[in-house]
Design a protein around this ligand. Structure first.
Ligand code: COI
Length: 354
């Protein structure tokens, strides 16, 4: 049975206040949002309502114990102006993997997909069409019991809001290999898109920024010998414009939807993609032998973020100029052309909304 979502439209759209030519990432919100509450063991009263503040208790358990998970997705327009999502079912699966690890209930596929679809259709005029821009979608779930003891919450809220965005990183990034702090370890929550994974990254990233870097590269928690992911993206390293290395999925890193799309597109484009443990020594050797021709991060927000330099304990590996990056330039175009239907989607990744 199709679900019924109550829709209350705003009587005052803010779209005219949005300067689509100069959007700062994550600061502008579209007119509406989706909300559904989990009470008495079931999701209840799904609704789309005007975007705005929500009222919470100071004892809200997610604020204290961190039962909060989220997703990042994007909506685009095809060349005829019709709205579409990119691989929404993959994000649906991942939010439930994250929720499971945090002891939270699963959101149903119907609520996730219908909530997203109806919200994006309603706010489709907010989808920017300038190259590199999109409507960023933020589904998230958090515990809502007002209770101070430590136990899984009984009540939860799932919501989605939307932000028109340009690229997350306007220019190539300088990264620093992090060897003091640890993001993930075996049996931990590294694979989950849990709010706490980002909370604990703030201090190390702040320290790196003070030293002039844009981002950190996490290394394994046991030896700080292998690269894992950056603070906002999965990582790829290119040897001789031919072989592409990326850390394997091992429970510690986020199973990026963009990562997976990039691996598939690269393989189809004739590149050898190797998913494995990648040591810092391997990266250093490749750089010193002149083989490291490209390096980049991938993520929904960042799409393909070129890495300008990698700093590792006193050594700074400076990579070729951004314009000369054969692989990341090819991949960026290919991926954005699929997402905006400028080329045929042979993978069934595009989810049309009309
Ligand atoms: C995303 O890429 O969607 C993320 O959630 C990363 C965040 C830093 C914006």
């Amino acid at each position: 049975m199709a679900i019924s979502i109550k829709i209350s439209k705003t009587n005052q759209s803010r779209i005219k206040e949005c300067d689509f030519e100069n959007i700062e990432f994550g600061k502008i919100f579209s007119d509406h949002m989706f909300r559904v509450d989990y009470k008495d063991g079931m999701w209840q009263n799904p609704e789309i309502l005007p975007y705005g503040n929500i009222s919470i208790s100071p004892a809200l358990s997610s604020l204290h114990y961190g039962q909060a998970v989220f997703e990042g997705m994007k909506a685009f327009k095809d060349p005829s102006g019709n709205p579409q999502l990119f691989r929404p079912l993959d994000n649906y699966k991942r939010i439930n993997q994250s929720a499971y690890r945090m002891g939270m209930p699963a959101i149903t596929e119907e609520l996730f997909i219908e909530g997203l679809s109806q919200l994006v259709k309603l706010d489709q005029d907010w989808i920017p069409t300038k190259e590199g821009s999109a409507l960023y979608l933020r589904p998230f779930m958090f515990a809502t019991d007002d209770f101070v003891g430590v136990r899984p919450s009984v009540n939860y809220t799932f919501m989605i809001f939307c932000c028109p965005v340009n690229s997350y990183y306007p220019k190539p990034i300088r990264v620093k290999v992090e060897k003091t702090y640890v993001r993930a370890f075996k049996g931990g929550v590294g694979f989950a898109k849990a709010a706490g994974n980002y909370g604990m990254s703030m201090l190390p990233t702040m320290e790196a920024k003070k030293e002039g870097f844009d981002q950190i590269v996490w290394t394994d928690g046991e030896e700080h010998k292998y690269v894992e992911e950056s603070g906002t993206t999965n990582l790829f390293f290119v040897l001789n414009d031919k072989t592409v290395l990326t850390p394997e999925i091992d429970g510690n890193i986020l199973q990026g939807v963009t990562r997976d799309s990039c691996i598939k597109l690269l393989r189809e484009g004739g590149y050898d993609v190797v998913e494995k443990k990648i040591s810092l020594k391997e990266i250093a050797d490749a750089f010193n032998e002149g083989l490291l021709t490209d390096a980049f991060g991938t993520g929904t927000a960042a799409l393909i973020a070129k890495i300008e330099s990698i700093y590792n304990e006193g050594e700074n590996y400076i990579l070729p100029n951004a314009e000369d990056r054969k692989v990341s330039n090819w991949l960026y175009k290919k991926l954005s052309d699929v997402q905006t239907s400028k080329i045929i989607d042979t993978h069934n990744w595009v989810y049309q909304l009309v």
